[in-house]
Design a protein. Structure first.
Length: 122
């Protein structure tokens, strides 16, 4: 009887750990984006500005998927649309955009300037 209890407890612990791992993996790496070809395919239309002070979000393009942030401006561009958390379309004019971004040179510069728009990337 004791052996059955130990096996059941171990199985429950493994299941709990697996679920916890999947949950945190999804949270930690949720800024995977894919650039679509047409506006009607996008979740968000994005305008890239020249100056940081014009942007809602300052974006740093990370090199590796595991560096992508939750919703902090650290973006990883995936190769395939089905890998992305958000599909974006880059517009030509500012007034067409849902979100204005500026790409920055350093990871610690990334972040929201206008937190009212942060819901767009969740």
């Amino acid at each position: 009887m004791k052996l059955i209890y130990e096996i059941a407890s171990k199985t429950k612990l493994q299941l709990f750990c697996s679920i916890l791992f999947l949950f945190f993996t999804d949270i930690c790496f949720s800024q995977k984006v894919y650039s679509v070809k047409y506006a009607n395919q996008a979740d968000i239309k994005v305008f890239v500005g020249k100056y940081e002070n014009q942007a809602d979000l300052k974006v740093y393009k990370v090199k590796y998927q595991n560096e992508a942030g939750k919703n902090d401006g650290n973006w990883f561009f995936v190769e395939h649309q089905n890998q992305a958390d958000k599909k974006i379309f880059f517009v030509e004019y500012e007034n067409q955009a849902d979100l204005k971004v500026s790409f920055v040179s350093y990871k610690n510069q990334a972040g929201w300037r206008n937190k009212n728009k942060s819901h767009l990337m969740y």
